[in-house]
Design a protein around this ligand. Structure first.
Ligand SMILES: NC(=O)c1ccc[n+]([C@@H]2O[C@H](COP(=O)([O-])OP(=O)(O)OC[C@H]3O[C@@H](n4cnc5c(N)ncnc54)[C@H](OP(=O)(O)O)[C@@H]3O)[C@@H](O)[C@H]2O)c1
Length: 220
């Protein structure tokens, strides 16, 4: 056992659920703190589940005293209802987590962003993810790893019409997503989780951005 501690935000989500399994079942961490707003419904001796108020994260300073932080938080405009509410979840919470963890001495920060992240985009979602990345890059860690997956595949509790329609295209005509279109190939949440787990075990100081093709390769 390496004696390290990890913190995960988003452990009840598509990527987060898979990532939590890697963190708990791998040999790298002997403690895994999951900050959640509802229980993950898993019992595991390594799991330290903390139900927190994400609007008051600075009230839980001590939970951020870990080695490596994994952030797979996010929502949809349908759930959040307004752009402001979505921005709070997709940008403000991850940035608050990163700041608290950095100030508590965490060494690595691994973030799920999106393939189209672009702070200059005129479109809300890519702009929001681009701004998130910009803010995270300013926060000091020995290692910052940003993952930019394309459309995510996997079982969800909820139905997402647009994503399901797009996923059907990706799975029915996978041969389309070769050559220059390869980067658009949809990706399993589990593959992203696996790549994040692997990346955290590498000695890669500074910033590394993992595009979707690279995440596919790592998950193979
Ligand atoms: N969907 C795609 O195709 C796609 C593609 C590229 C990148 N991404 C990005 O990848 C990331 C992870 O995606 P995913 O599909 O794994 O996410 P997901 O299944 O929607 O899970 C999101 C996580 O964030 C938590 N969360 C949401 N609202 C919250 C709130 N108000 N307070 C506290 N926690 C909250 C959820 O907790 P609860 O379970 O309590 O709601 C859940 O743990 C997101 O940032 C997403 O934007 C998605």
């Amino acid at each position: 056992m390496a004696g390290k501690a990890a913190l995960i935000a988003g452990a009840t989500g598509l990527i987060g659920k898979e990532l939590l399994q890697f963190l708990l079942n791998g040999n790298e961490y002997d403690k895994v703190v999951a900050i959640v707003r509802r229980p993950v419904e898993i019992n595991h001796p390594k799991l330290d589940e903390r139900i927190v108020d994400f609007d008051q994260l600075d009230q839980y300073n001590e939970v951020f005293s870990v080695d490596d932080v994994f952030c797979a938080l996010g929502t949809t405009i349908k759930k959040a209802k307004t752009k402001e509410a979505m921005w709070k979840i997709d940008v403000d919470y991850p940035v608050a987590i990163a700041r608290l963890a950095s100030s508590q001495g965490a060494k690595k920060f691994l973030l799920v962003s999106s393939m189209n992240a672009d702070p200059e985009s005129p479109i809300f979602y890519p702009k929001m993810k681009g701004k998130l990345e910009e803010e995270i890059k300013q926060i000091p860690f020995e290692t910052t790893a940003i993952f930019r997956p394309s459309l995510l595949l996997g079982e969800r509790d909820e139905f997402r019409l647009g994503e399901s329609a797009a996923a059907a295209i990706f799975t029915k005509v996978p041969f389309l997503f070769k050559g220059p279109l390869k980067k658009f190939k949809a990706i399993e949440g589990r593959t992203v989780a696996s790549a994040m787990y692997q990346a955290a075990q590498k000695d890669a100081p500074g910033l590394t951005v993992y595009p979707s093709e690279k995440i596919h390769e790592m998950g193979r």
